[in-house]
Write a protein that binds this ligand. Structure first.
Ligand code: NI
Length: 260
């Protein structure tokens, strides 16, 4: 399997020491993962994502404030995201969204930050990378209200097929990671099987959610191969077909990636 794109890997997380990054990128390339999108989750990690994308040809960045960090975002955060987004290798705004499972930030602050960043994505015509955990109804409502003009991706999608069908007309796609290799993932597997082929993307969400048999270890983009093999099996695609399709989908979801 070659030419895979890991659409969501936090190489900007402290789990990856700066000195280690070249080896992590090399292992990914050796495993057929040629491109990696590094999503920001607050201002420092967004700056770091841009810095990494500028240092390595196969890396790209997104910039944004995650719902967990929304309460700590300084008042000038939107202005800084706008400035960071001008970088040539920034392919989306994210990750942004809502998390009512952990609720590290109060709901009203999460909702405001999500709304403000959806508006910014609209202003910049950038796709959005969305985190939605146990907040499906509000996520859907805000997305329907904002009609993101450049579409986007629901990362680590955990909703139902019915919800996905409401999100598809908004130009949204869905990415899947290590959870597809876990036992007891029956409902998730139904979603992976049932979505239109054009809507499927792959991710690792490194350093989290390592796929079986690496589960419990630090995840890294090289393990995308394990996710890809499982998704190919679920869809009845050959590994080559899976790689071609998901890579084309990632390029469609993130046009700045296709342009480079
Ligand atoms: Ni993430």
């Amino acid at each position: 399997m070659n030419g895979l794109i890991d659409t969501h890997a936090h190489l900007n997380d402290e789990a990856f020491a700066p000195a280690e990054i070249p080896a992590v990128v090399e292992r990914a390339q050796a495993a057929g993962v040629g491109r990696i999108i590094v999503p920001g989750y607050d201002l420092p990690s967004s700056r770091r994502a841009v810095e990494l994308a500028e240092a390595f040809p196969g890396l790209y960045a997104t910039v944004g404030v995650h719902p967990h960090q929304a309460a700590e975002a300084p008042p000038y955060y939107l202005a800084e995201l706008r400035a960071l987004a001008r970088g040539g290798k920034v392919v989306a705004l994210g990750e942004i969204g809502l998390d009512y499972h952990y609720a590290f930030s109060p709901r009203e602050i999460q909702l405001r930050a999500f709304q403000e960043q959806l508006e910014l994505a609209g202003e910049l015509s950038l796709p959005v990378v969305i985190h939605d955990r146990e907040a499906h109804a509000d996520t859907l409502r805000l997305l329907v209200e904002s009609q993101p003009p450049a579409g986007g991706v629901l990362h680590c999608y955990s909703g139902s097929l019915e919800l996905a069908e409401q999100l598809l007309p908004l130009g949204l796609r869905f990415s899947f990671g290590g959870a597809v290799t876990f036992p007891n993932a029956r409902r998730l597997l139904e979603v992976v099987r049932g979505l239109p082929a054009e809507a499927l993307l792959l991710e690792t969400d490194s350093p989290y959610l390592a796929p079986v048999p690496q589960r419990g270890r630090r995840n890294e983009p090289a393990y995308l191969k394990l996710v890809a093999e499982r998704v190919a099996e679920l869809r009845g695609w050959t590994p080559e077909e899976l790689a071609l399709r998901t890579t084309a989908n990632a390029r469609a979801a993130f046009p700045a990636l296709a342009a480079q």
